[in-house]
Design a protein around this ligand. Structure first.
Ligand code: F6R
Length: 242
């Protein structure tokens, strides 16, 4: 696992964007795994800016989301479909068909999970997966004690995650209780992984992921098994490292 520590959150976004852009330059039809939430926004804005300036062509990529909430109506402002439309599809000028998410509204969620795994496989697998990390060490919505070899499935969100994500909803009650998430086994199959974390509130989860034992208590620690994982941190997020 490579760990890169940079002074500011803006530096984290720019450095991670360099890694993604280098991949796309080598492979214009890159299959990109896209995290949602606050952490990757700087990467997406930087990539969109580079395309705007003519330094990068994002037109050939396809994107797969890590996760989606269960049960939110179409167009809900807190849904990851809405997030990816706003932060990825529109700024990258990608047709909606090139940005896929698990179907959190499917009648048969188990089947939707299988369909999602199949769609990723049919796309040739994920070339580069962008990740954030939860304050409890989750990646995707693989909460503590997730199976280290899990596949895309329905998960209950932990109380900690529901509290952390309440900022994206009108009130606490509105935060969904369940999600569909790629599993840790799914994430480990990505050919390259770039995890970004900013801010002191991520410091203990980052330390457990990078320096702790590999344990389902800190799901991100499974990335210690990945052959090509880069963790890009600002100084506050790196504050718990030895
Ligand atoms: C998002 C995701 C989550 C977030 C994590 C950090 O698709 O799967 O693992 O990356 O909860 O969220 P932020 O970046 O909002 O702190």
């Amino acid at each position: 696992m490579d760990v890169v520590i940079l002074p500011t959150a803006a530096d984290v976004g720019a450095h991670a964007a360099d890694l993604v852009a280098a991949h796309i330059a080598r492979k214009p039809d890159t299959v990109l795994g896209v995290a949602t939430g606050s952490s990757p926004v700087g990467i997406y804005r930087e990539l969109a800016r580079r395309q705007q300036e003519g330094a990068l062509d994002l037109g050939g990529i396809r994107c797969f989301a890590l996760d989606e909430y269960v049960g939110l109506p179409p167009g809900h402002p807190g849904s990851y479909a809405t997030f990816l439309e706003r932060e990825v599809a529109r700024p990258f000028r990608l047709p909606r068909s090139r940005v896929r998410l698990p179907d959190g509204r499917a009648g048969d969620l188990e089947r939707a999970c299988e369909d999602y795994e199949r769609a990723i496989a049919e796309a040739g697998g994920i070339d580069l997966q962008i990740l954030g990390i939860g304050t409890n060490g989750h990646i995707g919505f693989n909460e503590p004690v997730s199976s280290l070899s899990s596949r895309t499935r329905v998960k209950a969100l932990s109380a900690q995650t529901r509290t952390d994500n309440a900022r994206f909803f009108a009130d606490d009650e509105e935060v969904p209780t369940h999600c569909v998430t790629q599993g840790l086994g799914t994430i480990l199959e990505a050919r390259q992984v770039v995890l970004v974390a900013q801010g002191e509130r991520k410091a203990s989860a980052v330390a457990a992921a990078v320096e702790g034992p590999v344990s389902s208590m800190c799901p991100a620690s499974v990335l210690q098994f990945h052959r090509r994982a880069t963790v890009v941190l600002d100084e506050p997020a790196a504050g718990g490292l030895a």
